[in-house]
Design a protein. Structure first.
Length: 114
């Protein structure tokens, strides 16, 4: 009897894992869907970056709440002198409403002449 019990337990675990991974994929697809940006604030080029002649692009991922407000911002790449100004600006952005939180990837380009 013990020999038969083990395959059943393993079978249940495999089926549960398959069901969970399928729902996770569906959620990931919906969470990755693009939402329309309704309001955005352009960040000023930081004084230090301007004096150093630093320019470039900051890439970020914003976690957007169902009401369209930004919950968190993660900097994915860019010059550290520019990153804080870019993240502060994105935190004030607003997207259209949705039924779920989504992750929006955004980029802000800085030029010291701006």
């Amino acid at each position: 009897m013990k020999i038969l019990a083990r395959p059943i337990v393993v079978g249940v675990i495999v089926v549960a894992a398959a069901l969970l991974s399928g729902s996770k994929d569906a959620w990931a697809q919906e969470a990755a869907a693009k939402r329309t940006l309704l309001e955005h604030v352009a960040p000023p080029c930081p004084t230090l970056a301007r004096s150093m002649g630093v320019s470039g692009t900051v890439k970020m991922e914003a976690l957007v709440a169902p009401d369209g407000s930004v919950k968190t911002v993660d900097v994915l790449g860019g010059h550290p002198v520019l990153a804080q100004a870019a993240a502060n600006a994105v935190r004030r952005w607003r997207w259209e409403k949705s039924t779920r939180e989504t992750r929006e990837v955004v980029q802000i380009k800085f030029s010291p002449t701006e």
